[in-house]
Design a binder for this molecule. Structure first.
Ligand SMILES: Cc1cc2nc3c(=O)[nH]c(=O)nc-3n(C[C@H](O)[C@H](O)[C@H](O)COP(=O)(O)O)c2cc1C
Length: 246
């Protein structure tokens, strides 16, 4: 399987905001990042707002108990070329509903997926929520969190919750500028969706949300420009291990 980088193919971006309010500063922040990105490159956006789907999660413990809309949102997350995730700070962390949503994401579906981290809080003192809460969550998924995240406080927004401060606008620009070369390099644009579909379908049918869905194929990854080479290296390694054991 060969994956060519195709600049004319839009990046499949899925945004997730953990804000429960509407209007929401977090949603405005995520939208500002999307707008900046859309100015720079072609993107296709699916924006998931916990303010809309939060009540639909309703105590489900199995993925197939979730309404179709939420299952479709989970499928979109798993098929994304890159995620932009944002959450308000609640008690020094992401919101419970943000985490609850990601608890349903199949645990190997985000391997090597690029993730831009964002958060809004009432206080500057919780800016490290990006590093101490969000980044470890996406490290668990073996996703590739982008080096620059965006943190905003209440002071950065107008009363209508649009981005007011120049510092925040600059930070958004910087985060997107640093993300762009990595996103543009992603060789799989849109193609992850094809490969991940079977995994998502299995995850939806499977009762246990903690069950890892096996998939023989190496997933198209933003980090691996040549999948054939990556796969043959993996096979070489496992053959070597087998020889050593024998
Ligand atoms: C239950 C709750 C807990 C909060 N905890 C914190 C906190 O620990 N640290 C902080 O800086 N802000 C905290 N805040 C303030 C929100 O993070 C902040 O107002 C945020 O921008 C709200 O985003 P939203 O408009 O998207 O809902 C809290 C707000 C609520 C409602």
């Amino acid at each position: 399987m060969s994956h060519q980088n195709n600049l004319s193919t839009p990046l499949n971006i899925v945004a997730v905001s953990g804000g429960l309010n509407s209007p929401s500063k977090t949603e405005s922040l995520v939208q500002a990042i999307l707008d900046e990105l859309a100015e720079a490159t072609q993107i296709h956006v699916h924006f998931i707002k916990l303010s809309e789907i939060g009540p639909l999660l309703g105590g489900a413990i199995y993925r197939n108990q979730l309404p179709q809309r939420v299952q479709d949102d989970l499928a979109a997350v798993e098929a994304a070329d890159a995620l932009i995730v944002g959450t308000p700070v609640y008690r020094a962390s992401f919101t419970g509903l943000f985490k609850y949503f990601f608890d349903f994401v199949e645990q190997t579906a985000l391997v090597d997926v690029l993730v831009l981290l964002a958060a809004s809080g009432g206080s500057d003192r919780h800016a490290l929520v990006l590093e101490h809460q969000l980044r470890p969550l996406f490290s668990f998924f073996q996703a590739q969190t982008l080096p620059i995240g965006v943190y905003a406080t209440d002071r950065d927004f107008t009363p209508e919750y649009t981005v007011k401060s120049e510092q925040l606008a600059d930070r958004v620009t910087l985060a997107v500028a640093r993300a762009l070369p990595i996103l543009e390099w992603a060789p799989t644009k849109g193609k992850r969706a094809e490969v991940i579909k079977a995994k998502t379908e299995q995850a939806n049918q499977n009762l246990g949300i903690n069950k890892q869905i096996e998939q023989a194929e190496v997933l198209p990854s933003a980090a691996v420009p040549d999948l054939d080479a990556a796969e043959s290296r993996l096979h070489q390694k496992s053959n070597k291990n087998l020889t050593q054991v024998a």
